[in-house]
Design a protein around this ligand. Structure first.
Ligand code: FE2
Length: 348
């Protein structure tokens, strides 16, 4: 009888263990395609995904507060700068994954394998060609055969006085962009650039990237700084007004004649506290599967980080472009200087 009880207990334990095939994810990505993909991951592997969604600064703070007791296995952020912050604070660990090393180009993952990029996005300039003449900037290489001389630096020049729409310095996308300007021009150059952009702003920064594009349509400004995928989301929105706004606009990839367009990355890392290490790695590898990468590109219009993944029609229509290849480590090193410059320039 006693051995039967023991056997039952062991069986119960085994069942509850197999029941506990989970991976706990902290994610600051805020896109519909993610829910779909996480569900598919669960259906394919039987691993349940427990998802906590919040702003990446909150997630990093939470990981820090929870310390070793944290249940999180994987940290996913919309902007990789926060993965570097998490690494610096000892909140991530090395991933042992040949798949990640094989499919993600070295440039798009951490040299110590503490995080990997999942998708790329270009920080582009959007304008309405029926209202804004950009011929003085040279047009677009890929759309009309002209050399594109448009640059982030142009946004600070006098001709754009009162015409530039860009969101606030709270945006991680802008912080990483500013870091890339510091990397290119040094702190003094970046401060002068920020002063020029602030001078040229059509209005005090407010709203998100999509709002900047809508502000152009509303006649509040002429050029907007926006992450590329938001243009895809507007084009394919359920809301016909958003579709109409997108149809009016064109995209310029800045700095094609120089260092290339600033690309920010969304990425993932394994947490230092992870207890479901294998499941965490499986999830990250799943998100880097070529078909999954293509699906993210076709549904959220981000650029695949895996080479050979096909671009959907929307991305092809925008054309290929030269990417600024400054490393994420370099950009992360300018995080604090970027905030100081925003403050000094009064970029709220
Ligand atoms: Fe975003």
């Amino acid at each position: 009888m006693r051995s039967f009880i023991y056997l039952s207990l062991v069986l119960l334990l085994l069942i509850s263990c197999s029941d506990q095939e989970v991976v706990n994810v902290y994610s600051s990505r805020h896109y519909e395609v993610d829910n779909l993909l996480l569900e598919r991951f669960s259906a394919r592997t039987g691993i349940r995904v427990n998802l906590v969604k919040a702003d990446s600064d909150q997630l990093v703070a939470r990981l820090e507060a929870e310390g070793e007791r944290s249940r999180a296995d994987v940290l996913i952020t919309a902007d990789a700068s926060r993965l570097l912050l998490a690494k610096e604070r000892g909140l991530l660990r090395r991933m042992e994954s040949e798949v990640v090393e094989k499919v993600v180009p070295e440039h798009w993952r951490d040299s110590d394998m503490y995080w990997t990029g999942l998708t790329k996005r270009a920080r582009v300039i959007v304008y309405d060609p029926s209202r804004t003449d950009i011929s003085n900037l040279g047009g677009h290489e890929n759309l009309d055969g002209h050399e594109n001389l448009c640059s982030y630096e142009n946004l600070a020049s006098e001709e754009w006085r009162g015409r530039v729409l860009v969101r606030s310095s709270n945006s991680h996308y802008n912080q990483t962009l500013m870091a890339s300007i510091i990397a290119a021009h040094g702190e003094q150059g970046a401060l002068e650039w920020a002063d020029g952009v602030v001078e040229n702003m059509a209005r005090e920064p407010r709203g998100n990237d999509r709002d900047q594009v809508k502000f152009i349509a509303a006649g509040l400004g002429d050029v907007a700084v926006v992450n590329s995928y938001y243009m895809g989301l507007l084009h394919n929105s359920q809301n016909s007004e958003e579709r109409n706004v997108a149809a009016q606009m064109k995209i310029l990839f800045p700095n094609q004649a120089g260092r290339g367009t600033h690309v920010n990355m969304s990425g993932a890392g394994l947490t230092a506290s992870a207890t479901n290490v294998t499941n965490g790695i499986r999830l990250i590898e799943f998100l880097l599967d070529k078909e999954v990468q293509e699906e993210i590109a076709s549904k959220n219009y981000e650029y695949p980080v895996v080479e050979g993944a096909k671009w959907p029609e929307m991305l092809l229509s925008w054309g290929s472009f030269r990417e600024d290849t400054v490393s994420m480590e370099t950009l992360a090193g300018y995080r604090e200087q970027a905030m100081i410059i925003f403050n000094r320039a009064g970029w709220r």
